[in-house]
Write a protein that binds this ligand. Structure first.
Ligand SMILES: C[S@@+](CC[C@H](N)C(=O)[O-])C[C@H]1O[C@@H](n2cnc3c(N)ncnc32)[C@H](O)[C@@H]1O
Length: 274
């Protein structure tokens, strides 16, 4: 009998209270080659003109599914899976009826074996428990030589803003006695670890670092950071303290126009099912 891990219980609660935070934070951030990290994923499907069945694993509020539907009208049979009903309700309200949405865990998909051409996933795989089982499910639902394309986290905020934030967050979290919440297999933090995981059932595994730029003022920086998993877990008093200490600590990094130069370090992984 399945019982959710502490991380899964946290995700369910977080996404029920705050659906759509990922697309709100990332959909408007450009990389050097793409409009956004979602667009970088979508671009991998554009060269083909054949009809494809595409599964978005942990689709959240459906931002990527909507983008795919708009970029390839009528060509894709789209399926979205997420374990948060609240995220799926938002996705349902903006997607055409023929997009199939399933509330289930990536570790136990109900999707028919060898029925999917491409699995896409944006900022979700690295959070998941038992990634070996998830990759096993991706491999099972893919047709032979089907592909998986995933954007995963590579680090946190880029540059000096990120270094300062991490330092201040660590201090405030320690004072707040924030308990460690294990999220994801440590192998998902490095290319070598990902390669080891993918090598079991996949070939032609490639990695591309994708940095998306972000130049917020302090209000935008704080608004977005306050919707991250880590800050959400702090007590209200610790959040107030973090905001004050961050504002002081990064003030020397402020640009003349009141903004801060930073971004997010992401990684795109592509692989073909053996
Ligand atoms: C950071 S959000 C990303 C959402 C969406 N892909 C996006 O980028 O806009 C992570 C999503 O993964 C989902 N999730 C986490 N673990 C999952 C699992 N094991 N199975 C299905 N969904 C999961 C959460 O419910 C959440 O919607």
């Amino acid at each position: 009998m399945y019982s959710p891990s502490p991380a899964e219980r946290f995700f369910e609660d977080f996404h029920q209270r705050r659906p759509g935070t990922t697309s709100a934070a990332f959909a408007h951030l450009r990389s050097d080659r793409h409009e956004s990290s979602y667009a970088a994923l979508a671009a991998t499907l554009l060269p083909s003109s054949s009809p494809l069945t595409v599964l978005d694993l942990a689709c959240g509020n459906g931002y990527l599914l909507k983008l795919l539907d708009e970029l390839c009208p009528g060509r894709l049979h789209l399926i979205g899976v997420d374990m948060s009903q609240t995220e799926l309700d938002v996705a349902r309200s903006k997607l055409p009826n023929d997009v199939r949405l399933l509330k289930e865990r990536a570790q136990a998909l109900s999707i028919t074996t060898a029925s999917v051409d491409v699995v896409v996933s944006h900022l979700a795989l690295m959070l998941m428990d038992d990634i070996e089982r998830v990759l096993g499910e991706i491999h099972r639902v893919l047709r032979k030589e089907g592909t998986v394309v995933a954007i995963v986290g590579r680090g946190f905020l880029l540059g000096p803003v990120g270094e300062t934030y991490s330092q201040v967050f660590r201090e405030v979290a320690a004072q707040d006695a924030l308990a460690h919440l294990p999220m994801g297999d440590p192998r998902m933090r490095t290319e070598t670890g990902w390669l080891e995981l993918f090598n079991k059932d996949f070939e032609a595994v490639t990695f591309e670092d994708i940095d998306v730029s972000w130049q917020p003022d302090f209000a935008e920086l704080w608004q977005s950071l306050s919707e991250t998993y880590d800050i959400d877990r702090l007590t209200p008093a610790a959040r107030v303290q973090l905001k004050e200490r961050l504002s002081t600590s990064i003030s020397t990094l402020e640009q003349p126009d009141g903004t801060y130069v930073t971004g997010w370090g992401l990684r795109m992984i592509q692989a073909r099912a053996r």
